[in-house]
Ligand binder design. Structure first.
Ligand code: ZN
Length: 239
């Protein structure tokens, strides 16, 4: 199975999905303690996020992926939203840049009412949130695609999926290649930085922990969540 995911990963690697942080690897490996700030994440002053306490194991055991489904210019709009709403999460902006405003030992709310068998109900207190800027679930009108706030999205940026449960089509604004490259990098880094605590099988989509009320990240992501977990496992040096 691992070979299968490795072949998927190698395919994307050929398209430019290399890890961007090879230069940081030696530093990280020499640390006795896991780093609490991702070396390739920016931190902006004035956008501190509210945290609620220490993670149970001092570090996230996995991650929940979200899309913002919002109007955005750059990361500041979503960092401000987090600050004003009392949430805490990392942000990947529309260009694929990563932002982390709080240390990785402190948790904050990002997943609302959610649950997962190994985690229980307060998943925010165990898994770090990663928001990707994206229009999210779209509506289809007269051959065109629109976000919930009526911004038209070109059809080349739309992924269409048939939903067998509801017998309807769903339309998602795709994450960009730069965003997915960063997503792979940050997930792989989170894992390699503390493999005793962070588990790739706890990389979950918001939809997986809140299936009745959330669509994110759905088919905005070009892989299924099982594929994503397998790819992160396969590309990491921790085995
Ligand atoms: Zn979400």
């Amino acid at each position: 199975m691992k070979e299968f995911f490795k072949s998927i990963y190698n395919f994307f690697k050929g398209l430019g999905y290399q890890k961007k942080y090879e230069a940081y690897r030696a530093d990280t490996a020499s640390e006795l303690e896991p780093l609490l700030h991702c070396p390739f994440a920016s931190r902006l002053s004035g956008y501190e996020q509210k945290t609620r306490g220490e993670y149970l194991k001092g570090y996230p055991e996995g991650a929940i992926l979200h899309y913002t489904a919002g109007r955005h210019g750059d990361a500041r709009s979503d960092l401000k939203l987090a600050k004003d709403s009392g949430f805490s999460y990392m942000v990947i902006d529309h260009k694929g840049n990563l932002f982390q405003q709080q240390d990785l030992n402190k948790w904050g709310y990002h997943a609302g009412k959610s649950s997962w068998p190994e985690i229980g109900e307060n998943v925010s207190s165990r898994l770090v949130g990663i928001e990707v800027q994206c229009g999210g679930l779209l509506t289809h009108k007269n051959g065109k695609f629109f976000t919930w706030f009526n911004k038209e999205i070109p059809s080349s940026e739309v992924r269409t999926k048939y939903c067998h449960e509801t017998n309807t089509w769903k339309y998602f604004h795709k994450f960009t290649e730069a965003q997915e490259a960063m997503l792979l990098d940050v997930l792989t880094w989170l894992y390699e930085n503390n493999p005793d605590v962070f588990k790739t099988d706890l990389i979950l989509s918001h939809h997986e922990v809140s299936p009745d009320r959330k669509e994110d990240v759905g088919d905005s992501l070009s892989w299924s969540m099982d594929e994503l977990r397998g790819i992160v496992e396969a590309r990491s040096t921790v085995h």
